[in-house]
Design a protein around this ligand. Structure first.
Ligand code: IPM
Ligand code: MG
Length: 366
């Protein structure tokens, strides 16, 4: 089959890690008889440099014309990069937020899974890790604080900044349904995370989630306050199956969840709308400090490409092949620097490789 893939390489390590994911897709194309046609799309700092804005209308049109978009990462060092001297709506991140909103990508899936082979990279105690854990963070992506009205102005001689956290019941219902649908395919448990002891938006969230839950009698629903959820993620991550939460809480908890899996370099993600279209990106950032060094972990991006095959193209066998290959390469003892064990004896038992070697190894095992 033939698929049109928009490719946003972006900034920092983005180009390096996307190149490896394309390598893997090309291997899949040969092995399974598909054709992936790539269209490069500019977004982020590289788009600012080329066009003056982080995302042009043309780029949005190109993304819309694709069957799915594979992305690396965008942005630079917020302290030193000239991009951060620009007004907020012209900065790299504004491009990503605009793309999410323009394409209505309201459902962000971030799977956090501890590979048996990476237990040593997990910062948690062995008794907490147990047999490992496997959770899916379902983050609402087009509402809440990220998209509410905001302004900074002087009020009675005092500088005052306002961000607005707003959700309507339809926005909550559609993400909740996605969360329960995913739970039905997993261990049938949803933990809905909110701050209902303080926020109105969370109280509405909880009410609507409960209404949706009534249609999924097989799924166990629990509510958890976000501060407690942050604690439980390091205290007992095994308890979680699907974590369903609003935009900002999901942003924070997904970074935390990724770290308990060993490295943010392992965490893939899919951002979906009501159609088959999706934007697939690693959950990590552009890591400007290691850009160009050939040491970034491409696995999250490669696993994001696997998610693209599964969710947008219905190519389950092919996605399985990528995931199995990643597992195999880890079993064979290959590690990028971020997932190297800390102890000397354990380091001696594995082989450190760079970005492109990791991509090659994953291709070889498909
Ligand atoms: C993420 C990132 C983005 C977000 C930034 C780059 C705007 O942290 O995808 O988690 O906050 O959503
Ligand atoms: Mg984030």
């Amino acid at each position: 089959m033939e698929f049109n893939v928009g490719v946003i390489k972006g900034d920092g390590i983005g180009p390096e890690i996307v190149t490896e994911a394309q390598k893997v897709l090309d291997k899949i194309a040969v092995s399974f008889g598909h054709n992936f046609i790539y269209k490069d799309i500019l977004m982020g700092g590289c788009s600012i440099d080329a066009t003056g804005v982080p995302l042009t209308d043309e780029a949005i049109a190109d993304a819309l014309a694709s069957d799915a978009v594979l992305m690396g990462s965008i942005g630079g060092n917020t302290a030193t990069s000239p991009w951060y001297k620009l007004p907020p709506e012209k900065r790299p991140e504004a491009g990503l937020l605009k793309l999410r909103k323009s394409l209505n990508l309201f459902a962000n899936l971030r799977p956090a899974y501890l590979y048996e082979e990476l237990k040593e990279a997990c910062p948690l105690r062995e008794d907490i890790i147990g047999d490992g854990f496997d959770m899916m963070i379902m983050r609402e992506l087009t509402g809440g604080l990220y998209f509410g009205a905001r302004e900074t102005k002087e009020v009675d001689g005092v500088m005052t900044a306002v961000d607005t956290l707003s959700y309507n019941e339809d926005e909550i219902r559609r993400i909740a349904k996605r969360g329960f649908d995913i739970a039905m395919k997993r261990r049938k448990k949803v933990t809905s995370v909110d701050k209902a002891n303080v926020l109105d938006s969370s109280r509405l969230w909880r009410k609507v989630v409960e209404e949706v839950a009534a249609d999924y009698p097989e799924v166990e629903l629990e509510h958890m306050l976000v501060d407690n959820a942050a604690m439980q993620l390091v205290k007992d991550p095994k308890q979680f199956d699907v974590i369903l939460t609003e935009n900002m809480f999901g942003d924070i908890l997904s970074d935390e969840a990724s770290m308990v899996t060993g490295s943010i370099g392992m965490l893939s993600s899919a951002s979906l709308n009501e159609t088959k279209f999706g934007l697939y990106e690693p959950s990590g950032g552009s890591a400007p400090d290691i850009a160009g060094k050939g040491i970034a972990n491409p696995i999250a991006t490669i696993l994001s490409a696997a998610m693209m095959l599964r969710y947008s193209f219905d190519l389950d066998k092919e996605a399985d092949a990528i995931e199995a290959s990643v597992k195999k390469v880890l079993q064979q003892g290959y590690r990028t620097i971020d997932i190297m064990p800390q102890e000397a004896d354990k380091r001696a038992a594995v082989t450190q490789v760079g970005t492109s070697e990791m991509g090659d190894l994953i291709c070889k095992n498909i």
